[in-house]
Structures are given as structure tokens and as C-alpha cells.
Design a protein around this ligand. Structure first.
Ligand code: XIL
Length: 364
């Protein structure tokens, strides 16, 4: 009898315990599970209004608040139908040693997105920033760097094949004057690193939409022109590229030229290229007027940009970089955080949220 009891303890308690710890791979300090699925049926949420128009409304997101701050996950899943891990796709986070990848953070985002029926956007695959020192300081030859880039792309893209609907394959390759940015990729490989990155991503997931993303490329100008010429060249050479991303990090000091922005979007449409607003935030610290006036101006700009997107046939997603002022990568001039997003620090909707809702609800 005693022996049977011992056996039962081993089978029903000890074995599942050991399995759980082996699978999670973190025996010392298991991370809390990501926030589970939440009620998303609210008919007035941004996501339900967006869904009715077949449109994606998204946010860049961080893992720490998703695991530690219950409001974060519930507002995210209630309001958005798309998420972008804000840092977890970056080379240094994900590929800390040449022969080691760490997918734990990313896997948690994918579990959250699946549980809450959200699309995942991947960004970035090839960027000059957030590279690990083994790569920056490795003095690799051209062939070695090509092999590293190929392996990184193939490993990441094939692991999440079918789960990342769109990738920023190359990020921020252009200078303001339209020339190619002097990066490790350009220096060691030459300009063809761009073609190769798209071809290898496409090989690893032929269904994924492949984007080029940058900042200060929103309105017409030298950088936007260079991006247009680059994309046209890629298409002419048969390189698979499907979209461009306008990061849209903005501030009240420089209001957008909406007409110029619309023209820029339209010319990509004429090439058959999709566009998305990929990292939108609008700083208010440097604006003028009272806090209320600045929040109103911020709301108007969010609304104007969403209208520019919705009026264009080829604009498919509107993504803010974060969603609550509680967590934003933008710091203010006063030592406090700026307030660039659409929910305040207490998760209350700001005027910008209401304007976005009105625009989604309107006939635009
Ligand atoms: C930013 C993140 O938001 C920060 O948390 C991080 O410290 C630096 O990178 N362009 C991009 C994004 O393509 O990946 C950057 O994200 C912001 C600028």
C-alpha cells in the first residue's frame, strides 16, 4: 500500500513537475505566464471598429509589463488586433552569441497573440542598431557576414513561418539625403545586402509580406524619393518586396504635410506596393499652449494621419509604438516621460484615442 502511494506521488506529482520545468527551460526562476486571453468582444473597441473595415490597428509592446501589469495585457487585447514586439526581434536580444539564439521572449508574445487572436508583425531582421558585440567586433569577411545574415534570417523566419504576417526585412538603410547609410552590412557586403535579405526572407516564408521601414520618409523629399527609387529597383530586379513602413515618430513641433504624405503613399500604390504606419508616436513636450491644448493638437494629428491612411487604397495598418504613456521609449525634456501615445499613464483614453475612434467610425 505504502509502495503504491509512493508510486502515485512519483507519477502524478513529481513527473509533471519535472516536465514543466524541463519544457520552460528556466528551472531557477520560472517567468510568469503571459496574460491569458481576455474579453475582446466590446463592440466599440478600436479593434472591433477596425475589423469591420478589414483594417489592422496595432501597437509595439514590451514583455515586462505584459507579464507584470494586468491592465497592460487587457487593454492591449481589448483595443488592438495586431502587435509588434518592440525589442524582442532585435539581433542583440535574440542572437546573443554566434551559435546561440534565445527565443523565450518572442515565444511569449506569440502565445499572447494567439490567445487573443492578434496578428504579429516582425521588426527588424537587418538593422545597423542593436547588434551584439560578437557581430560588431568580429572583423568578419564578406563571406562570413553573408553567412551570418543568411543564417539569422533563415532561423528566425522559418521558426515563425505562418505566424508573422509581415516583416520589416531591412530597417533604416537610408540617410536623410537619400544615400545608403554606412552600416556594417553595407561596408562588409555592399549594396546587394538589401536584395539578398529580401530573397532569403522570402525563401524562408513565401507567404509573409516583406517591408522596408524607415523614419522621415513620410512626406515627399530626398529620403522618400530614394526609398521610392530603391523599391522600384528591387521590383524591377524581381526581388520580393511588398510594402514600405512609415515609422512616423513625430512631435507637435513639426506637424505633418498631409497632402505631401498622401502623394507619397499614392505613388507606392501605383507600384503595387502596400504601406503601413509602423511606429507612430507624437511628442507633446516641445509643443506650445496648455496641456489640454497640446493633447487636442496631438489628437488632431493622430486623426489626420489615420485619415490619410484610410483614404489610401494601399494603407493596411496603423500601429503606435506602445499604447500607454506609462511605457514609452520617448523621454521628455523635463526628466519625465513625454506623453506621446493614446492612453494616459493610468490607461485612461486620451483625446487622441477618441479621435481615432471617431475616424474609424466615420465614412472615411
Ligand atoms: C526602439 C525601442 O522602442 C526602444 O525600447 C529601444 O531602446 C531602441 O529601439 N526605430 C525602430 C525601432 O525601428 O525598432 C526603435 O525602437 C525606434 C526607432
Amino acid at each position: 500500500m505504502k509502495y503504491r502511494l509512493f508510486l502515485a506521488v512519483v507519477v502524478f506529482v513529481l513527473v509533471p513537475f519535472l516536465i514543466v520545468f524541463r519544457v520552460s527551460g528556466t528551472p531557477t526562476a520560472p517567468a510568469p505566464a503571459p496574460t491569458p486571453a481576455v474579453e475582446t468582444s466590446s463592440s466599440t473597441s478600436l479593434r472591433s471598429l477596425a475589423q469591420k473595415r478589414g483594417f489592422s490597428i496595432g501597437a509595439g509592446v514590451e514583455l515586462a509589463p505584459l507579464q507584470n501589469d494586468p491592465n497592460y495585457g487587457s487593454v492591449l487585447a481589448r483595443e488592438f488586433n495586431l502587435l509588434v514586439p518592440e525589442n524582442a526581434f532585435k539581433f542583440d536580444d535574440l542572437h546573443p552569441k554566434r551559435d546561440r539564439y534565445d527565443f523565450r521572449k518572442l515565444d511569449r508574445f506569440f502565445a499572447f497573440a494567439k490567445a487573443n487572436n492578434m496578428l504579429v508583425r516582425g521588426s527588424p531582421l537587418v538593422w545597423h542598431y542593436a547588434l551584439p558585440s560578437w557581430l560588431n567586433e568580429g572583423n568578419f569577411t564578406r563571406d562570413e557576414l553573408l553567412a551570418i545574415m543568411r543564417e539569422h534570417i533563415q532561423t528566425l523566419v522559418s521558426r515563425y513561418r505562418g505566424q508573422v504576417f509581415a516583416w520589416d526585412v531591412v530597417n533604416e538603410a537610408l540617410n536623410r539625403d537619400g544615400s545608403l547609410k554606412d552600416t556594417i552590412w553595407l561596408r562588409q557586403i555592399g549594396p546587394e545586402y538589401i536584395d539578398l535579405a529580401y530573397r532569403w526572407t522570402h525563401e524562408a516564408d513565401p507567404q509573409a509580406r516583406l517591408f522596408y521601414s524607415d523614419y522621415q520618409n513620410e512626406e515627399l523629399g530626398r529620403k522618400a524619393d530614394a526609398m521610392y527609387t530603391m523599391v522600384k529597383g528591387l521590383l524591377q530586379r524581381g526581388v520580393p518586396i511588398h510594402g514600405v513602413g512609415f515609422q512616423s515618430h513625430r512631435g507637435l513641433k513639426n506637424p505633418p504635410d498631409l497632402e505631401s504624405h498622401a502623394k507619397n503613399i499614392k505613388r507606392f500604390g501605383e507600384l503595387g506596393v502596400e504601406v503601413q504606419f509602423t511606429e507612430l508616436d507624437i511628442k507633446i513636450a516641445e509643443g506650445t499652449g496648455s496641456k489640454e491644448e497640446r493633447l487636442a493638437a496631438q489628437a488632431r494629428t493622430y486623426g489626420d494621419l489615420l485619415q490619410v491612411c484610410l483614404r489610401a487604397q494601399n494603407c493596411s495598418a496603423f500601429i503606435t509604438w506602445g499604447f500607454t504613456d506609462r511605457y514609452t521609449w520617448i523621454s521628455g525634456t523635463t526628466g519625465e516621460l513625454d506623453a506621446p501615445l493614446i492612453f494616459d499613464k493610468s490607461y485612461q483614453p486620451k483625446p487622441a484615442y477618441n479621435t481615432i475612434k471617431e475616424v474609424l467610425n466615420s465614412g472615411v
